[in-house]
Design a protein around this ligand. Structure first.
Ligand SMILES: Cc1cc2nc3c(=O)[nH]c(=O)nc-3n(C[C@H](O)[C@H](O)[C@H](O)COP(=O)(O)OP(=O)(O)OC[C@H]3O[C@@H](n4cnc5c(N)ncnc54)[C@H](O)[C@@H]3O)c2cc1C
Length: 379
């Protein structure tokens, strides 16, 4: 089949590479003028790798990622450094971390040369039909059998298709950085939970550290000097938090307000158009599943399109929605709930949360995530 993908983020790239390996004629249109990704680190769990393996990309992503965190002590700490809970191996055993730029590069390199068209913002046919339009040149792209919309959380095409339900501000902002100088994390990683603030430490390949720091604040808050602000906000927290911030060049620091979809979409498809990734189910990052779910979408779609002709496409897309809607809705809702718990700022609530974490056996926490870390593959 001839397939157009709109958006070369993680979901769009995995879909394009997987479908191309199955012999489909695929083209990707990306708004950015270059193929490099912006971003810091990312963690992926076993579910993402099961999906990647099935479309032939598992080893490509293993090659640029690190499994170091699985052999470290990880879990939740308090700002003084005391452990609230240590994650059991069942929770972190399948976890790998990767620098987003390395992941994007590896996925882009696995495409047939000429597949990716950068500097090409694209718009779907509002009726979900076979045409897409490139915004910069009024020429229509030749009709395709399927359009995959993978244009991210702010998806302009979700709006064009009339599927948009709006976005919901999660109440907090997140700084992200990657160290450029060595920092010893003493084989300890994971998150430190304060009141309305979290700091996360994740080892990356090549001894770099990916870290994030969150803070409850009104959407759109502006800080005159971001690097100084994040240092100030986490002053007095346990080592090596300040070392991680100090080892990150101020120019490489990024900050984004965190949003998810206001409500789940009623449908993930519209005639010959299908939504994947954040365009379909943007969620808060608290369960580390946003990209993982986009990868699952891409692999599910690839598998469901095996042996399908344009004439029987409708049935395959209906099955796609059946497979993906319930799972992604449930993970989106759990993620929002996890955000509220982790970002709790009221001293009483934060105290109760910390006590509950201390008292809950690690095995129970691991069991809660076990189903999420397995990909319910079709067929
Ligand atoms: C702080 C933070 C931490 C996170 N940590 C994790 C984590 O550890 N693990 C995890 O799994 N997930 C994590 N996530 C979520 C993850 O980053 C996203 O779920 C994932 O990147 C979404 O990928 P995507 O391909 O759907 O969208 P995107 O990466 O947003 O890609 C969309 C692409 O579409 C392009 N585009 C937009 N409009 C058009 C158009 N009209 N035409 C052409 N192109 C267009 C954009 O330029 C972009 O390149 C985190 C998110 C945040 C904010």
């Amino acid at each position: 089949m001839r397939i157009a993908v709109i958006g070369a983020g993680i979901a769009g790239l995995v879909a394009a590479a997987g479908l191309q390996r199955d012999g489909h004629d695929v083209v990707i249109f990306e708004r950015r003028s270059h193929s490099d990704a912006v971003g810091a680190g990312l963690t992926l769990f076993g579910n993402a790798f099961e999906a990647l393996d099935l479309v032939g990309l598992g080893d490509t992503v293993r090659g640029v990622s690190s499994a170091a965190i699985a052999s470290m002590r990880a879990g939740q700490r308090s700002p003084s450094g005391g452990w609230l809970t240590t994650a059991p191996a069942s929770a972190t055993g399948s976890m790998r971390s990767v620098h987003r730029q390395d992941l994007h590069r590896a996925l882009t390199d696995s495409l047939v040369p000429g597949t990716l068209h950068t500097g090409s913002p694209a718009t779907v046919d509002p009726s979900g039909g076979p045409h897409i339009v490139l915004d910069h040149d009024t020429a229509r792209v030749d009709p395709v059998d399927l359009v995959i919309v993978a244009d991210g959380i702010h998806s302009p095409n979700r709006r064009v298709l009339g599927l948009d339900t709006g976005l919901h501000y999660a109440g907090y902002t997140a700084w992200r950085g990657v160290t450029s100088e060595p920092v010893d994390i003493h084989d300890e990683a994971g998150e430190t939970w304060g009141r309305g603030q979290i700091f996360g430490i994740v080892p990356l390949p090549d001894n770099r550290i990916y870290w994030f720091g969150t803070l409850n604040c009104p959407a759109g808050t502006i800080y005159p000097e971001e690097h100084a602000e994040v240092r100030r906000r986490f002053a007095g927290w346990h080592p090596p938090i300040q070392d991680c911030i100090a080892a990150t060049p101020p120019g490489d620091l990024m900050r984004h307000d965190i949003y998810d979809l206001l409500t789940p979409l009623t449908s993930l498809t519209e005639r010959r158009t299908v939504l994947i990734g954040d365009a379909a189910h943007a969620m808060t990052p608290n369960l580390g599943q946003g990209a993982g779910q986009g990868i699952e979408d891409a692999a599910t779609l690839t598998v469901l399109l095996r042996g399908v002709s344009p004439a029987s496409l409708g049935a395959a897309l209906t099955t796609y929605t059946e497979f993906r809607h319930a799972r992604t809705t449930s993970i989106m809702q759990r993620s929002r709930w996890a955000a509220r718990v982790a970002q709790a700022s009221h001293p009483l609530l934060a105290g109760l949360r910390d006590t509950a974490l201390r008292l809950t056996p690690g095995g129970l926490l691991g069991a809660a995530n076990r189903r999420m870390h397995r990909w319910p593959r079709p067929g």
